[in-house]
Design a protein around this ligand. Structure first.
Ligand code: PLP
Length: 372
């Protein structure tokens, strides 16, 4: 098997699983309980929170644990909108958001919020002049993902913040699901940041929202206080602990891991793909772990299936949106139907070997031959 779909999800790091199992078996108390086992579980969560804050330089933030980035985005956007609608109902976002962001925005639009979607340059990077023009007195939130999951479009959050900071009534959320643990991030430019464990070799079903302490929210999930007044439910201490382990281990030897991925990217793009005349690189914004390529004339789902039959796993569009071959995201960026119906995403990891890319490209050549 050759797995090249690390942006859909990552394999679980054994150390993370061991930490989870140990906490699950030994420290099974309810963190809300006041007896010793409950206190130990609460301590596990508090230690994890300290670790996450230290790694992400997020001392000014509350860490609100959720079931993943989808829930975290729901809380960041719907929770923020509801808590702040007395000040305005205008939100600005980008055309390259994950469905868990766009679905929240569409839902809010039905409730009477006004959503503006920014224009971008040819690489998908949002237009900062337009951003400033769009900000109004009733604008409450700008929500822009740091890295788009399908094309790897990298937004300059610092530059976006430079615009937003002139308007103290506007808060800034970024979905950093494809960025945290993949590149170095500076969460301090944002008021709300979301991410998930299963993209960083952690367990599926746990993620977090970082909330700057001045930001008010209305819970999406109501219930007992748990670790946060903004998210009800018994805190899943072992899962939370595993998230801390995942983020710690993913950033170990990070420069070495990043360098390896960068080398793989250049090997694929500069040495392997030029051999395939119909290949076209769609992702060009300078991050290395997400490579979006069209093989013009070969339908994406035909290629994906043929590769899957050979035990090689890549994706068409994103995992959350993969029922058709046509990529709206690639169409939006390139304007081309031809590229949009033939685009696949290869996502790389520090675990990826050069030989796996050789095998991928050889298999693609065979499939192109079979389908020509
Ligand atoms: N945001 C982005 C950019 C993603 O890539 C994903 C996962 O595909 C999500 C949000 C949703 O994350 P989760 O699966 O933890 O709900």
């Amino acid at each position: 098997m050759i797995y090249l779909d690390y942006s859909a999800t990552t394999p679980l790091n054994k150390e993370v699983l061991d930490a989870f199992n140990e906490a699950n078996l030994k420290i099974y108390g309810n963190p809300n309980s006041t007896h010793k086992l409950g206190i130990l579980a609460k301590e596990l969560i508090d230690e994890t929170t300290d670790i996450i804050k230290a790694i992400l330089n997020a001392s000014a933030y509350e860490v609100i644990y959720t079931s993943g980035a989808t829930e975290a985005n729901n809380l960041a956007i719907k929770g923020f909108a509801e808590a702040n609608n007395h000040r305005g109902k205008h939100i600005i976002s980008s055309p390259y958001e994950h469905s868990s962001v766009t679905s929240c925005l569409n839902y809010l639009a039905k409730l009477g919020y006004e959503i503006d979607i920014l224009g971008t340059d040819a690489n998908g990077v949002v237009d900062l002049v337009e951003l400033e023009e769009l900000i109004r007195e009733d604008t409450i939130l700008v929500s822009i993902a740091m890295i788009n999951s399908e094309l790897g479009i990298l937004q300059d959050l610092k530059a976006i913040k430079e615009v937003i900071k002139k308007y103290s009534h506007v808060s800034f959320h970024s979905d950093m699901t494809q960025a945290i643990g993949k590149i170095n991030v500076d969460v301090t430019v944002c008021d709300l940041v979301t991410f998930t464990g299963h993209k960083i070799y952690g367990i599926k079903g746990v993620g977090a929202l970082l909330r700057k302490e001045s930001i008010n929210l209305v819970p999406v999930i109501h219930g007992g206080k748990s670790t946060s007044v903004f998210r009800g439910g018994t805190p899943a201490a072992p899962l939370i602990y595993s998230l801390g382990k995942a983020i710690t281990t993913v950033y170990l030897d990070f420069d070495k891991k990043s360098k390896h991925i960068e080398e793989l990217y250049h090997y694929l793009i500069n040495e392997l793909l030029p051999d395939i005349a119909i290949s076209h690189l769609n992702s060009k914004s300078g991050i290395y772990h997400i490579v979006n390529i069209s093989f013009i004339g070969l339908k994406a789902n035909v290629l994906q299936k043929a590769l899957s039959d050979r035990g090689i796993y890549i994706s068409t569009q994103t995992a959350c949106n993969s029922d058709s071959s046509f990529s709206m995201t690639v169409k939006r960026l390139t304007g081309s139907d031809e590229l949009a119906e033939s685009s696949v995403r290869v996502s790389l990891s520090y675990l990826t070997k050069k030989s796996e890319l050789d095998e991928l490209v050889n298999a693609i050549k065979e499939i192109i031959h079979e389908n020509s």
